[in-house]
Write a new protein. Structure first.
Length: 200
């Protein structure tokens, strides 16, 4: 059995100290502030993107594009304390674009690879064998889900975001994120023994 808490333990990240001050300096073009913000969030955004894309080169490209876009649009960030959620929203936008591009290329016969992300690829190497086996089964189920359901489920259970946060990152309503997670969770639970519900 694998608990949702175990899955969400794959991801971590605390909000940086003095985020308002750092964002203010970065908005003024302070390169050291921008570099500090990038260092603070690089690993988390990298893991986040890797949970949705399987190609390491695509992951690297999306992470770089995310920070370039974010620093170019800092004036649009109304709540500096939500910087990490805002970053994830930008990264998710690029992830969706790549997923749509892959689907179109496959439909046109230009690309046959699925290259889906794998939770096993980003999991702690020290996980016991039984938990790794459960994650492998979970990967199989998640690969069968529509992309929006898979993304929603991952936001909630892989990264451990609250429903409100997941909705904000995904750019949808609370009702929509709940509906997507519930649909995905039903498919997951039918194949994998997982604890905990979606409340909260």
């Amino acid at each position: 059995m694998v608990a949702h808490a175990t899955v969400s333990g794959l991801m971590s990240g605390a909000p940086p100290r003095g985020i308002r001050h750092a964002i203010a300096r970065a908005r003024e073009g302070d390169a050291s502030a921008r570099n500090a913000l990038a260092r603070e969030h690089l690993s988390e955004i990298g893991r986040f993107v890797a949970c949705h894309l399987g190609d390491p080169q695509e992951v690297e490209d999306v992470v770089q594009e995310t920070f370039l876009l974010a620093f170019g649009q800092l004036d649009r960030l109304r709540e500096p304390e939500k910087f990490r959620f805002w970053l994830k929203g930008i990264a998710l936008m690029r992830v969706r674009q790549l997923i749509r591009k892959r689907k179109m290329r496959r439909l046109l016969g230009f690309d046959s690879k699925e290259d889906m992300a794998s939770l096993l690829a980003v999991a702690d190497p020290g996980l016991p064998a039984d938990q790794r086996a459960e994650l492998a089964r979970l990967d199989e189920v998640l690969c069968t889900l529509p992309s929006e359901q898979r993304i929603a489920w991952s936001l909630r259970y892989v990264e451990g975001h609250k429903l409100v946060e997941a909705a904000e990152i995904a750019g949808c309503s609370l009702a929509t994120i709940k509906r997507r997670i519930t649909a995905a969770d039903a498919r997951v639970r039918a194949k994998v023994d997982i604890e905990e519900g979606i409340d909260g």
